[in-house]
Design a protein around this ligand. Structure first.
Ligand SMILES: Cc1cc2nc3c(=O)[nH]c(=O)nc-3n(C[C@H](O)[C@H](O)[C@H](O)COP(=O)(O)OP(=O)(O)OC[C@H]3O[C@@H](n4cnc5c(N)ncnc54)[C@H](O)[C@@H]3O)c2cc1C
Length: 426
């Protein structure tokens, strides 16, 4: 049975790996020349199942409104006339209650914990190195920041996720490079959370998948799949979105993991996915002083900036901007990232020579992704992983492969399938 995967980001490549393992003939179609060139490229690299959090949270609408005109805010809303954005916001607002937050967070956590297990299995099975590090420390600059973390803390306690609240000295024992010059009220340490270089992992998995027989068709734009009589699907491949026709592939199943582009791709099939890009930025900095640099991953809770060690570099990432589809670099956002890193690790790296990046999180209004069959026979989704796609990738790929193979997935899929938006099989 032939399965085509559209998109070679972290979600598509993990899916392709597990599909091949399940015995399928697999083709991955990617519009870029290499895998992991879009959202999966410059992310913070954090794999924190204990901390995965929907963007729709109590207090978020107020935070967005208060910061409407503050260009340095970690959360920014740029109102535009785009009707899709307003529809998305209306749904998102409905998910910002405490009750919905708990439901959505638990769905995301269920998937993220499963995904971490899958990642560990894959890592020991394949011996992939991806600059991984262990532990995740959230920094609270003020008591107020600590208070804001209370709903998340309550869930950690309730679900017995290993964690430790530490004072400023405790933070510095975990991360000895942290400067004493910046006020620090304390931190939350999640020893079992981890981080790693996502595009490095994807590139290595792609090589192994290719060696295992997966075909990668790069530099080709996939058009919307066309159902054929008899149940198969046809996929036209073009040189670009409006480029020359290259070839038409046919498959028994098509899995769409095209990140933020998935909504436009699926619209001609009548599938309206409430997916919207939430833009973010990262800066990658060469470490100049090993002893003053972070050892693992941290999060500055006030600025919502993650600082992650990746080999001899630091990745500094953050900012969530809603309303712009352009991936231009906004200087105020970059300055906020570098300020947070300099505040904590002032002499650790060559901040003036940072490599800068902007990317879009493929975000659904409630938070969890969509994995599974759609109303179009043979067409499956694995998309909408928002801010935590790397943390959920292996588990999501494994689940997608299990569903396509007709196997029972490793976790309960309640609230994780297209049925939640009325997009599932009728
Ligand atoms: C600033 C920032 C920080 C982040 N930090 C973290 C983090 O610390 N931890 C975490 O877990 N997540 C993080 N994320 C989120 C994570 O990066 C995403 O959730 C994840 O990369 C999404 O993967 P994807 O494969 O769905 O999308 P993508 O990586 O975008 O892959 C989709 C692929 O589909 C291809 N494509 C699209 N349309 C077509 C078409 N028609 N034909 C062919 N190919 C097509 C694209 O070229 C692309 O390669 C962060 C994101 C951002 C922006």
């Amino acid at each position: 049975m032939h399965v085509i995967v559209i998109g070679a980001g972290v979600i598509g490549v993990c899916s392709a790996w597990y599909l091949r393992e399940a015995g399928f003939e697999v083709t991955v179609v990617e519009r870029r020349a290499a895998p992991a060139q879009e959202s999966s490229f410059g992310n913070a690299g954090v794999i924190a199942p204990g901390y995965v959090t929907p963007w729709a949270a109590p207090g978020m609408p107020g935070k967005v409104l208060r910061n409407l005109f503050a260009s340095t805010s970690p959360v920014l809303f740029r109102p535009s006339a785009d009707p899709a954005m307003w529809r998305w916001i209306a749904r998102w607002l409905g998910e910002c209650t405490l009750e919905r937050y708990r439901v959505n967070k638990l769905r995301m956590q269920r998937l993220a914990f499963y995904s971490r297990d899958c990642l560990h299995t894959l890592r020991s099975q394949l011996g992939i190195d991806y600059e991984q590090s262990q532990g995740y420390l959230q920094l609270f600059r003020t008591e107020r920041d600590r208070g804001l973390a209370e709903p998340a803390l309550a869930l950690l306690r309730e679900h017995k996720v290993p964690h430790r609240l530490v004072d400023a000295d405790g933070c510095r024992r975990i991360e000895p490079g942290l400067t004493t010059d910046t006020p620090l009220a304390g931190g939350l340490h999640l020893p079992e959370d981890e981080s790693g270089n996502c595009p490095m992992f994807v590139r290595r998995l792609r090589v192994l998948a290719e060696a295992a027989g997966v075909r990668f068709v790069m530099d080709c734009h996939a058009c919307a799949p066309r159902p054929l009589p008899g149940g198969k699907l046809a996929l036209d491949l073009r040189a670009g979105a409006a480029g020359a026709m290259r070839e038409t592939l046919t498959a028994d199943r098509v899995l769409v993991s095209a990140g933020v582009a998935s909504a436009a791709l699926l619209r001609p099939l009548g599938l309206r996915i409430p997916l919207y890009p939430v833009k973010g930025y990262s800066a990658t900095v060469q470490v100049s002083d090993e002893l003053q640099a972070p050892l693992a991953a941290l999060m500055d809770e006030s600025y919502k900036v993650a600082i992650t060690r990746m080999g001899n570099r630091m990745r500094i990432a953050g900012t969530a901007e809603l309303g712009s589809r352009k991936l231009d670099l906004r200087p105020a956002a970059i300055n906020t990232l570098l300020k947070a890193a300099r505040d904590w690790f002032p002499v650790a790296g060559h901040y003036d020579n940072a490599t800068l990046w902007a990317g879009a999180r493929p975000m659904l209004p409630d938070g969890p992704p969509l994995i599974g069959a759609t109303a179009v026979p043979g067409l499956f989704l694995n998309l909408g992983h928002g801010s935590t796609g790397w943390a959920m990738a292996c588990g999501s790929g494994r689940i997608a492969a299990d569903l396509i193979a007709g196997n029972r997935p490793g976790i309960d899929l309640d609230g994780l399938t297209p049925a939640r938006y009325g997009l599932g099989p009728r």
